[in-house]
Design a protein around this ligand. Structure first.
Ligand code: HEM
Length: 138
């Protein structure tokens, strides 16, 4: 709990530092960069059995498109997300906190592999952290 509070406080601070006139979407490198992050993320998931098991039978092309568009929207880009809400998409999956955290680690690695600056990765995580409660098994 304390760890989460510290991480959240750190992320808020970093996001304040990262803010400038430009949208995060532009700073990150637009859609090509977000698709690079998404593709790395999918590859990492494919190599992580603990997370891959949740994706049995999932249309990966559709997931890829929706995930990248969601990143675009969350970073202030010119996209409109048309996928399901995070609550609906992740309902019934019974995602554990440990698996959620592991997924976030994969996403951090995907951002690093795509060459994103640490401050931009932290900005993304801060945006996505607000959705955490919608995805976890309650
Ligand atoms: C980092 C936070 C996360 C974000 C931003 C996120 C985002 C998304 C998005 C945008 C979709 C597409 C929804 C749609 O097509 O309507 C999706 C689907 C999915 N997510 Fe997540 N997700 C996150 C965490 C997780 C975690 C932790 C897991 C499992 C461990 C997971 C497993 C899945 C699966 C299996 C689908 C496909 C569902 C289906 O097509 O039936 N996600 N997610």
């Amino acid at each position: 709990m304390v760890k989460h509070l510290l991480i959240s406080a750190g992320l808020l601070l970093l996001s304040a530092c990262a803010s400038s006139g430009q949208t995060a979407y532009a700073r990150l490198g637009g859609m090509p960069a977000l698709y690079a992050v998404t593709d790395n993320f999918i590859t990492l998931i494919e190599h992580e059995p603990r997370i891959l098991k949740y994706f049995k039978g999932v249309d990966i092309a559709e997931f890829r498109r929706h995930f990248a568009i969601q990143l675009c929207m969350e970073t202030g880009g010119p996209c409109e997300y048309t996928g399901r809400t995070m609550q609906d998409a992740h309902a019934m999956m019974n995602i554990t906190e440990a698996d959620f955290n592991l997924t976030v680690e994969l996403l951090i690695k995907a951002g690093e592999q795509a060459g994103l600056a640490t401050s931009e990765i932290n900005y993304l995580l801060m945006k996505l952290a607000t959705m955490r409660k919608d995805m976890l098994y309650k």
